[in-house]
Design a protein around this ligand. Sequence first.
Ligand SMILES: Cc1ncc(C[n+]2csc(CCOP(=O)(O)OP(=O)(O)O)c2C)c(N)n1
Length: 349
Amino acid sequence: MHPQNISQGLGELVDPLKFNHPLNLCGLTREKTFSLLKNMLTIRIIEEKISHLIVRGVVKTPCHLGTGQEAIAVGISENLTKHDYAFGTHRSHSHYLAMGGGVYELIAEVLGKKEGASKGMGGSMHLYGGEVGFMGSVPIVGATIPIAVGAAMAAKMDNNQAIAVCFFGDGAAEEGVLHESLNLASAYNLPVLFVCENNLYSSHLDINLRQPCDRVARFAQAHCIEAVTIDGNDVVGVRDASLNLIKKMRSECRPGFIEAVTYRWCGHVGPDENIDVGVRRSKSELDAWKQRDPIKRLRQAMMLEESLTESSYLQLVDNINGMVDEAIIKAEKAPYPKNEALYDLVYEA
Ligand SMILES: Cc1ncc(C[n+]2csc(CCOP(=O)(O)OP(=O)(O)O)c2C)c(N)n1
């Protein structure tokens, strides 16, 4: 793990040319590394195919793609169960899928179909998979953070060993609610894991133009919460860091904070790369970060230790492509919800 000095900036963790080497597999079994690879690839391929559907004009909901950030959701959800409570953001295809949400249900939701994860009424930014512990995503920046704190309080009162997890971006550090939530979680000893996917941008604005320091974990330290900052493009490192922290959180009933440094390959919304509108986001920066691809780094490491061959990798890609294509064909043919169903899911006090 990267040496921690939380009061300082991210340093070389934001240098895309560092950390682009094959991963250290830390003695994980072939089954484990293969499943990490499969889970990340599934998310990558689904989002690529959603991009094609957007370009074809079939998708009407705005889609915030997380291509390049897959290792965080996959590494952390390794240590969660369906009895935990995970919450997402506007960019949560990865969180929903990594928790075990259905591929067909995600695609149907993105297409606004009745069989979608949120019955076709939420779209890409309002996903729900309560049966697998994914309690919902919301596009209001920071909005699910206090809800996760509430879920952690409920878990503590029920004494059921569950933890709550909220995934959010670095932009949420500019919302007061993150700071209030950190305070409450720490003061009340609540088992909530704050996961900041620091991809260095909020919409189109570089973190160095928004913050005096690019390390978001410093806010956790200010609230006496144990925090680590890690390479978010290392799925094994994310898995290990969260394993240790979550174990401790469950036994000590305390909050934890993981800042995972990463980069999104697409622009803020949709498949466009946004290299023309981004402040400081350049083609060369994007290309450099693509060398730090979490999937490539795991694949290379597996090939080096000969637990994966080129042909078994291509076979895996083929299988996932087939499975996602099938889901898309089915979802395109599926019915939309009826107009009369519009109020069925509205909460009335
Ligand atoms: C309260 C609020 N303010 C502004 C927005 C507009 N908005 C949507 S996403 C976004 C950027 C969020 O950046 P970050 O949290 O870093 O996540 P990322 O998009 O990088 O994944 C903004 C400003 C919003 N949805 N909610």
